[in-house]
Write a protein that binds this ligand. Structure first.
Ligand SMILES: Nc1ncnc2c1ncn2[C@@H]1O[C@H](COP(=O)(O)OP(=O)(O)OP(=O)(O)O)[C@@H](O)[C@H]1O
Length: 326
């Protein structure tokens, strides 16, 4: 099965289904395609494990082509279950899952490896081949999918450049830092330019600075039109990236916001200020022209100089104000 090819249309404005709350802020983001079939479509999906544990409970959501989506939620809430269902490592016990319009139930075991060629997967623990060099780890991903030598010679250096690994071609995984190893894992997942990239806790083992670089890389990949789904516990990163957030709790989807924070938390001071209707405590007030300009500047910084900009914003920032409300 082939997922639909990415097109420039992926860069169009956001869909009506998940409009960005700050239209200007989202201007540099590849907007999801308005008309196409969702890349991911979960309808009332249930996953009950044999031991009775609930992995997912009536979970429904869809992701359009070109979106960047965070899955958040406490340990055991069902994030990895979603990832594993998507790569058909697990089967749902109820509901239906479609990827690019294809019902996963229709894909036979024999066809699963072909289906998976359309999905890049990145894990927290990198899963690199320890006795192969950086180059060979990435080349291997092409070899197993039948890539020719010519293909490998063309694509591997390209992807290693994109991921900032050009000088590490001949290193083995144990000669790399954690961040570099994760870059190799991302290079391997993306070398075939899959239309869908899944990352399960990609920064889970990395320090905050290194995590920023990894998230930037995923962001850059998303900007090529690839749909990216990231499961994470990384509060700060989610808050800074200001992308769609789907939150799970005990297998249920309890929140789905176009530009959400990790959690709808607010400090006691913010809460008190809100109750008293005090003026907000930062100039970055949602919906004002200043706020919109600041948000757009943060977007540019994520994409530009390596610093994912922006401090923790007041909780209103994640809610529903649009520029039209300003
Ligand atoms: N193979 C399994 N057998 C039985 N129960 C499982 C299995 N895998 C997951 N579960 C249960 O399903 C629920 C959801 O687990 P899942 O791994 O999807 O959560 P998660 O949100 O990814 O957690 P974490 O953030 O810790 O990775 C949990 O209650 C978990 O114990």
């Amino acid at each position: 099965m082939a997922l639909p090819a990415r097109k420039n249309s992926a860069r169009r404005r956001a869909t009506a289904a998940h409009p960005p709350k700050h239209a200007e802020a989202a201007a540099s983001t590849p907007a999801p395609s308005r008309r196409s079939t969702p890349v991911i479509d979960f309808k009332a999906v249930e996953k009950r494990y044999d031991v009775g544990a609930i992995g997912l409970d009536q979970a429904s959501f869809s992701v359009q082509r070109g979106e960047f989506v965070f899955l958040v939620g406490s340990t055991g809430s069902g994030k990895s279950t979603i990832m594993r269902l998507l790569i058909k490592e697990l089967e749902p016990t109820g509901g239906s899952i479609a990827v690019a319009g294809r019902d996963l139930e229709e894909i036979t075991r024999r066809r699963v490896p072909y289906y998976r060629r359309n999905i890049g997967v990145v894990f927290q623990d990198f899963k690199l081949l320890p006795n192969r060099t950086v180059y060979d780890n990435v080349a291997y991903a092409l070899q197993v999918t039948g890539g020719s030598r010519k293909d490998i010679r063309a694509k591997v250096p390209d992807i290693l450049r994109l991921t900032g690994l050009s000088t590490k071609l001949h290193n083995y995984p144990d000669q790399l830092s954690g961040g570099e190893q994760q870059r190799v894992a991302i290079a391997r997942a993306f070398v075939n330019h899959p239309p869908l990239l899944l990352a399960d806790e990609p920064t889970g083992n990395l320090d905050p600075e290194t995590s920023i670089g990894i998230m930037q890389l995923l962001y850059r990949i998303n900007k090529t039109g690839t749909t990216v789904l990231v499961a994470t516990h990384d509060h700060q990163m989610v808050n800074k990236m200001r992308r769609r957030v789907i939150e799970l709790s005990r297998g249920r989807i309890v929140r789905d916001e176009a530009t959400g924070l990790y959690a709808r938390d607010e400090s006691t001071r913010e809460f008190a200020a809100r109750l008293r209707n005090d003026p907000p405590q930062t100039p970055d007030v949602v919906g004002t022209p200043d706020a919109i300009r600041a948000a757009a500047a943060r977007e540019r910084r994520i994409d530009g100089d390596g610093a994912v900009g922006g401090e923790r914003r007041p909780v209103q920032a994640a809610t529903t104000t649009t520029p039209a409300d300003a």
